[in-house]
Structures are given as C-alpha cells and as structure tokens.
Design a protein around this ligand. Structure first.
Ligand code: UDP
Length: 239
C-alpha cells in the first residue's frame, strides 16, 4: 500500500504528493475557495471533503462506462490515490447551456440552451489568466499535439453524454464543466477533479445553483449545495 510522501505541488484547491510507489500520486482536496483569478478567497470548511467524494463518485461512474481516469482509490475522507502523469496545459470546457464567460462573451442570456454541445480550449496559465485558445494556438505554442487535442475533445464529449444523462436522473442539469488531462503511460488520461468547483450544476426543478457560483456570486449555502449534490448522486443507482 502506497503511503504519502513529499509535497510535489500545491494548487489553489488541492495538494499533490509523491508516494512510496513510483507512478502513484496522493491528492488532497483543500477547503480553500478562490475565484476571479485568485482575487476572491475564502476557506469553506467541508468543501474539500465534498469535492473529493463527488469527484471519486463521478470518476468511478465514468470508469464503469469505459472512460478511465487517474482516480485509483480514496485513502482518506478528502484524499485519493491517483495515477501519476504530466498535466497537459489545456483546459477543455464543454457547455450544454450558455452561462458564465460564454454568456457574457457572446451576449447570450444565462440558461440559453445550445443546439449542440460546445467545446472550448483554454491555455492553463495563471500569468495569462487562462486565455481562450483555438487549436492553432495550441499547436504553435506546443501545448499539445493535434492527436492529443482530438482525443481530449472526444473524451470530453463522451464524459458530457454520460454525466448529463446520469445527473438528469438526480434532478440536476449539467450546464457546463471543465476537464484536465494528463500524459500518463503514453496516453491521454482524464485527471484533476470533476466537482461542483469545476462544473455548473443547476437544480432541474428550481434552477438553484448547486455549484461554485454560490461562492463566485455570494449566494451563500455552498456546503449545503455540495452536500445536496453528493446525496443525490448516491441515491441514483448506476445502471
Ligand atoms: N471552470 C473551472 N476552472 C476555471 C475556469 C472555468 O473549473 O479556471 C469551469 C467553471 O466552473 C464552469 C466552466 O468551467 O463550470 C465554464 O466556466 P466559464 O468559462 O463560464 O468561466 P467563469 O464563469 O467561471 O469565469
């Protein structure tokens, strides 16, 4: 059994550690919340726990549906063992309804249904504030190969189909989400987290925000909303 080793990297919401086994990392979810490029900060007790539990649940669901990820096992309430890899500095966003930056950029009302899912690529760079990029930008900046981009987009759309259908049964609309991938053992592997910090989840009945917009928009009740997401996921049987 791998045990936690030296800290490898500390991000805004997680810490990544080496382990006693080569090829395995230990990922710990923090209670820190940040938004608007770190301009807004808070500590929200319990957030790390919910994000870890929800990510584990969704990674397991995806694995059962044929999409592998870096997730191996929970090793604590907010800690997971993951497959080591090198993060590709391209964030893949998939959208089903216009919200957030897309609604603003294109002048669409939040909640406008898109006639098909839209994928977007962002260059993962704090210094540049994660700019929106296209495939030519990714190529000339050498962020990823064309094959990797095609693979990431294809996996992201498959993730969208699986999660949208599952969440619908939990009374949740999957509005949009962000994925990160790593290069691991010669392939592109779904990594990072899939949680209310990285997805927009709307209550199908009331339209209530069950995600990080509660923090970004000062709506309050963040841990209650994250708890509600976890509870609903656990109630829906995986088919
Ligand atoms: N997102 C994320 N990390 C980021 C940017 C976006 O997890 O650095 C997620 C966000 O939670 C939402 C989706 O990606 O589910 C699309 O975000 P958007 O571009 O609308 O950005 P925002 O409104 O957060 O500025």
């Amino acid at each position: 059994m791998a045990t936690k080793g030296e800290l490898l990297y500390e991000g805004k919401a997680k810490r990544l550690y080496h382990t006693t086994e080569a090829g395995l990392y230990w990922m710990e979810f923090k209670d820190d919340a940040t938004a608007f490029d770190g301009a807004k900060k808070a500590v929200i007790p319990g957030k790390g726990y919910y994000n870890a539990q929800i990510s584990a649940f969704l990674f397991e669901l995806l694995s059962k549906k044929g999409i592998p990820s870096h997730f191996i096992a929970m090793v604590g309430e907010r800690e997971m063992l993951v497959q080591a890899g090198e993060i590709i500095p391209v964030e893949v966003v998939v959208r089903n309804l216009a919200a957030g930056s897309m609604a603003k950029r294109l002048g669409l009302a939040e909640g406008t249904a898109l006639k098909r899912p839209v994928t977007e690529l962002y260059y993962k760079s704090d210094a540049l504030h994660d700019p929106l990029v296209n495939e030519d930008h990714v190529a000339v900046l050498d962020l990823a190969t064309a094959e990797e981009v095609a693979e990431m987009k294809e996996q992201a759309l498959r993730v969208n189909g699986i999660l949208s259908r599952f969440l619908e049964r939990a009374g949740i609309v999957l509005v949009d989400f962000k994925l990160e991938f790593a290069r691991s053992r010669g392939r592109v592997l779904l990594s990072d987290e899939i949680s209310p910090d990285t997805c927009r989840f709307w209550d199908a009945q009331t339209g209530d925000r069950l995600d990080k917009d509660r923090f970004r928009r000062d709506l309050g009740g963040l841990t209650e909303a994250y708890n509600e997401v976890l509870r609903r996921l656990q109630r829906v049987a995986v088919e």
